[in-house]
Design a protein around this ligand. Structure first.
Ligand SMILES: [Zn+2]
Length: 317
């Protein structure tokens, strides 16, 4: 071989070495790329396995947000579509169900001892305020059956307070005139229905269109009048259920029979509960109309009586 040939060979050998180097580099690069893809697939699978947990934690975050939204709502604000505030939903009972327990039409589940304090004929400036004060101090709740004509601007604060402090509102006619509601002792469903609609409107004027009550009490009591079943059906068409009572303090009795001292009220009440079957639920009839100071004075005793017997206090919706 000539030198030139050698010179020619040498670059060829160099070229071969270059090619080898390039091949090695390419292989390293390919191996790297391969490893990169393999690693990617591996981690993708891992992340898919992990994702359910991540989803759960995302759901939890969403739930927490929802809960926070719920709890941040004012618990004393009216619960839309009801006759009570948001926090009262835990102790609000359907009227027809409680009536069925009272009448023995349905069996009251064991240990369901609930007392429903009810006040008819309000609101009044003095008695309603005093009763609300006592209920607040003793941390119990009640249902107020309001007479429509008392639901006016000057009593707005009392009506709002009933809802804000966790009580319920029921209807009790607009004018409370027996001769108009029960001509000749017969319940006039059409007239009663009209008065209840009027009362419901008066309540919505004060509490807003979201206020709706489904509970009402016949002035004088369902038990006192004829043809009430026909009237019941008319009320049902207005989505209203009636309720009477199975305990009383005698504060609507004629003067002379009506208890005048706290101990007479307590005795009257004690006697009244023996006249109705013990079904575990007690609906106590009381009045917050004017001249009912003895009812106000006796109320703490009546509450303690039920507390001592292990009753919970409920409201009617
Ligand atoms: Zn009444």
């Amino acid at each position: 071989m000539s030198e030139e040939g050698m010179k020619e060979v040498q670059p060829k050998a160099k070229k071969k070495n270059h090619l080898k180097l390039v091949a090695i580099v390419v292989m390293i690069v390919l191996a790297g790329v391969g490893f990169y893809y393999a690693a990617n697939v591996y981690f993708e699978q891992r992340s898919q396995q992990v994702s359910p947990t991540e989803q759960t934690s995302q759901e939890q975050t969403t739930q927490t947000t929802t809960e926070t939204t719920t709890t941040s709502q004012d618990p004393t604000a009216l619960m839309p579509g009801t006759n009570h505030n948001l926090q009262a939903k835990d102790y609000a009972f359907p009227t027809a169900k409680i009536r069925a327990y009272m009448d023995g039409e349905e069996t009251n589940p064991d240990n369901h001892r609930t007392c429903f304090l009810t006040f008819d004929d309000g609101v009044t400036r003095e008695e309603t305020s005093q009763i609300l004060d006592i209920l607040k101090q003793m941390d119990v709740h009640a249902t107020f059956f309001l007479v429509g004509k008392s639901i006016k601007e000057e009593n707005k604060d009392l009506v709002e307070r009933i809802i804000r402090e966790g009580h319920a509102i029921g209807l009790h006619s607009f004018n409370h005139q027996y001769d108009k509601l029960y001509p000749g002792g017969h319940a006039d469903g059409r007239k009663i229905g009209q008065e209840n609609v009027e009362s419901q409107k008066a309540l919505q004027t004060i509490l807003g269109p979201d206020f709706v009550t489904h509970v009402w009490r016949y002035p004088g009591g369902h038990m006192s009048w004829k043809d009430v079943e026909k009237s019941d059906n008319v009320m049902r068409s207005y989505d209203l259920e009636w309720i009477d009572w199975n305990a009383a303090v005698g504060d609507a009795e004629p003067k002379g029979v009506r208890p005048t001292t706290v101990s007479e009220v307590v005795d009257y009440h004690q006697d009244s509960i023996t006249r109705f079957a013990d079904t575990g639920v007690r609906v106590v009839l009381m009045h917050d109309s004017p001249d009912h100071q003895v009812t106000v004075q006796a109320l703490p005793e009546i509450i303690r009586f039920y507390q001592a017997k292990g009753f919970q206090f409920g409201i009617l919706e």
